[in-house]
Design a protein around this ligand. Structure first.
Ligand code: PEP
Length: 252
């Protein structure tokens, strides 16, 4: 039985002071909810948010990582550094990083390995662009991202992953994939995972949907058999919306 996971990707929003305000609003709203949820603020707000989630059910995640533990890599942050500050999750391969920061399936693979080595759970993003969907190559694109991104992992490592299917055309656009569209691709991702790691392992891996998830559409998405939660961008910056998304996911 897979436990759903709701993750909030704050992207490059919120100073530490603004993060404090957002958390002060969010924490009381989800006090009684029994759903696994994680917030992923910018690096500069991790420490602040860590203190504010103490005693709550929320976990802490980062939005990116570098694969070496330490060294002359100006501007980068490593997995042991994230672990030391209390992170237990980290987003990897987000389409914005693929688009603007030269993230590739190969770098995704290195980051996944680094995170797992330090007991952090990677949230691995895959998804097609609008042009790729229109060309009818959604499945091929997602297959390549998964096969190359997860290359060389053993079953035990794979079982720890969270995958996020995020069609690029749905991110920040207000244009959510329909629940049927999301289930169709996510079901396919699970068959690829079964080919790579065996059916038993594929059944353990949580696969989220991400792309304009809102309080009004999350319940329908979560009803689908292969959808195990959501990766939420814009709506995670509004305490009431993120709390409502978490609450509406607790029936799964
Ligand atoms: C995201 O950033 O991963 C995302 C899904 O953003 P949004 O919810 O704003 O579409």
């Amino acid at each position: 039985m897979r436990r759903p996971l709701i993750a909030g990707n704050w992207k490059m929003y919120k100073t530490a002071a603004q993060a404090k305000e957002l958390m002060a609003q969010l924490v009381p709203l989800i006090a009684d909810v029994n759903v696994e949820a994680v917030v992923c603020p910018p690096f500069t707000a991790l420490e602040t948010v860590k203190k504010l989630i103490a005693g709550t059910k929320l976990a802490l995640g980062a939005q990116d990582v570098y694969w070496e533990d330490e060294g002359a890599f100006t501007g980068e942050v490593s997995a042991p550094m994230l672990a030391s500050i209390g992170c237990t999750y980290c987003i990897v391969g987000h389409s914005e990083r693929r688009q603007y920061f030269a993230e590739t399936n190969e770098t995704v693979n290195k980051k996944i390995n680094a995170l797992l080595q330090h007991n952090l759970t990677p949230i691995v993003c895959v998804g097609e662009s609008l042009a790729q969907r229109e060309q009818g190559i959604t499945r091929d694109v997602c297959r390549q991202q998964l096969e190359q991104g997860l290359a060389g992992l053993n079953k035990e490592a794979a079982a720890k992953l969270v995958i996020a299917y995020e069609p690029v055309w749905a991110i920040g656009t207000g244009q959510t994939a329909t629940a049927d569209q999301a289930q169709e691709v996510i079901g396919y991702l699970r068959t690829i995972l079964a080919e790579q790691f065996g059916q038993d392992t594929a059944e353990l891996i949580r696969i989220q949907y991400g792309g304009s998830v809102k309080p009004g559409n999350v319940a329908e998405l979560m009803e689908k058999p292969d959808i195990d939660g959501a990766l939420v961008g814009g709506a995670s910056l509004k305490a009431e919306d993120f709390a409502a998304i978490i609450q509406k996911s607790c029936h799964k």
